[in-house]
Design a binder for this molecule. Structure first.
Ligand code: EPU
Length: 419
């Protein structure tokens, strides 16, 4: 198991943002909707992508992954089982359920189980696919489905916490091969859904309304192969912005889509940074201090839950009291106790965290609990006095491509060590 050793740093220079993990994973699942060749460009080399490759190979795909390009062909279409040992490590693999049902008429996909960021049910996925006419039962931890043909329907996909990104993806993919029209209400509006639809359209799907809460899908008989270049990873971009802010730095991000980061850019301007936006670049100039604020996470276009921990690290050295409200995953606060071990003053009460800014935090040994929490701890390490050791960085490797190398190029004092 690797760890990161991090020292107080200031950053300078340019960083290239990778393709989006959360766009690529559902697009990879969508290749199950066709037997023809598909190509995905700009794919980040991450553990999660490697896991999805393994699952697709079990499901009969032949895959070559080189220089950020995935070429996916079909070897056989017999297997319909996505096993527990892989699905439990990455929930996005549950997205194979819809395409398998729509294309092969049957699927056995492990239920993903719990997760450190709180309960992560899949009821909306199952509800949506059942409404399209799939017979789905749960047996020994697996979701087993079959259908003689899906039929379009009006489906409300809202849950207690609003829309669901991957449930929208799952139902959308299945509906693209269903008979007749499907209308998904309370669909997720995330750019990753728009990117998936861009790919499905290239495969021949008939879809309207992506990027809005109402998506219409007119099912087609079959889908052909397709090619797409992934959008830039808005969460990786937001993580570098948070790192730049926390370390009082000026940095430039290349390969970004600023429109996907509006809520984040607004917040950065409010709390401590000048942000200049130019096509596919963002320049950040820190003002030298962090003002307190309120952050509430929401589905897109609201402030992303996937940047909550990183901005908590920023606010923990702010000049006053900030309030963070987590409206997507109310239990996503495992990083609070680790930040407090570094000298931050943060109190958690249910879905709220009250962050009392302190002048300094101090290096310590801390434990990464999930992907984004780990990124928050690395940022804290970059501002802390002394040495910070972030253990269990395999979480980071799931979703950040060469994070330590990119930070090092910006001047950060960070290294990966074997434990
Ligand atoms: N929810 C339900 N029922 C469901 C599905 C979701 O109640 O059937 C609830 C969830 O518990 C949560 C809310 O709906 O409270 C939203 O969850 P959502 O389904 O949108 O999350 P997801 O699709 O499983 C994706 C990202 C997450 C990101 C969330 C929210 C991927 C692969 N994952 O997950 O990314 O936090 O959307 O934006 O796209 C990450 O990258 O670190 C990560 C966790």
């Amino acid at each position: 198991m690797d760890k990161f050793v991090v020292y107080k740093s200031s950053l300078q220079g340019e960083v290239e943002i990778s393709g989006s993990k959360n766009a690529c994973l559902p697009i990879m699942a969508a290749t199950l909707l066709t037997d023809e060749e598909c190509k995905i460009f700009g794919v980040p080399d991450l553990t999660d992508v490697r896991t999805m490759i393994k699952i697709l190979e079990i499901l009969g795909k032949k895959i070559v992954f080189e220089d950020g390009v995935l070429v996916i062909k079909t070897k056989n279409t017999k297997s319909c089982v996505a096993p527990y040992r892989l699905v439990r490590t990455m929930r996005a693999s549950f997205c194979c359920l819809g395409p398998l049902l729509a294309k092969r008429g049957r699927a056995k996909v492990s239920l993903p189980g719990g997760c450190v960021i709180g309960p992560r049910p899949v009821d909306l996925h199952i509800k949506g696919l059942r409404e399209l006419g799939a017979n789905i039962r749960i047996d020994k931890g697996y979701c087993i489905g079959e259908t003689k043909g899906l039929r379009g329907k009006r489906i409300f996909l809202g849950g207690n916490f609003g829309s669901s990104v991957l449930a929208t993806a799952n139902v959308l993919m299945a509906a693209s091969l269903a008979e007749g029209e499907t209308v998904i209400e309370c669909a997720a509006c995330e750019p990753e859904i728009e990117d998936l639809v861009r790919f499905l359209k290239k495969m021949g799907a008939d879809i309207q309304g992506e990027g809005t809460p109402i998506i219409r899908v007119r099912g087609v008989k079959c889908l052909q192969g397709g090619e797409i270049k992934s959008i830039p990873d808005r969460i990786e971009a937001g993580t570098f912005i948070a790192a730049g802010l926390a370390t009082n730095s000026s940095i430039k991000l290349r390969n970004v889509q600023p429109l996907h980061l509006t809520s984040v850019i607004e917040k950065v301007r409010e709390i401590g940074g000048e942000v200049e936006v130019d096509n596919s670049q963002i320049s950040l100039h820190s003002r030298g201090y962090i003002s307190p604020t309120e952050i509430t996470t929401f589905p897109y276009p609201g402030f992303p839950t996937d940047l909550q921990s990183q901005f908590m690290s920023v606010l923990s050295i702010g000049k006053g009291i900030s309030l963070i409200t987590e409206k997507v995953y109310p239990d996503r606060f495992m990083h609070v106790s680790e930040l407090n071990r570094m000298g931050a003053h943060i109190k958690r009460q249910g879905p709220y965290a009250i962050v009392e800014g302190v002048e300094r935090i101090y290096g310590a040994e801390v434990m990464a609990s999930d992907l984004r929490a780990s990124a928050g701890l690395v940022i804290a390490g970059l501002v802390a006095e002394g040495k910070t050791e972030v253990h269990r960085v395999y979480h980071l490797d799931r979703g950040y491509e060469r994070l330590e190398e990119k930070l090092k190029k910006l001047g950060a004092k960070i290294k990966r060590e074997k434990q």
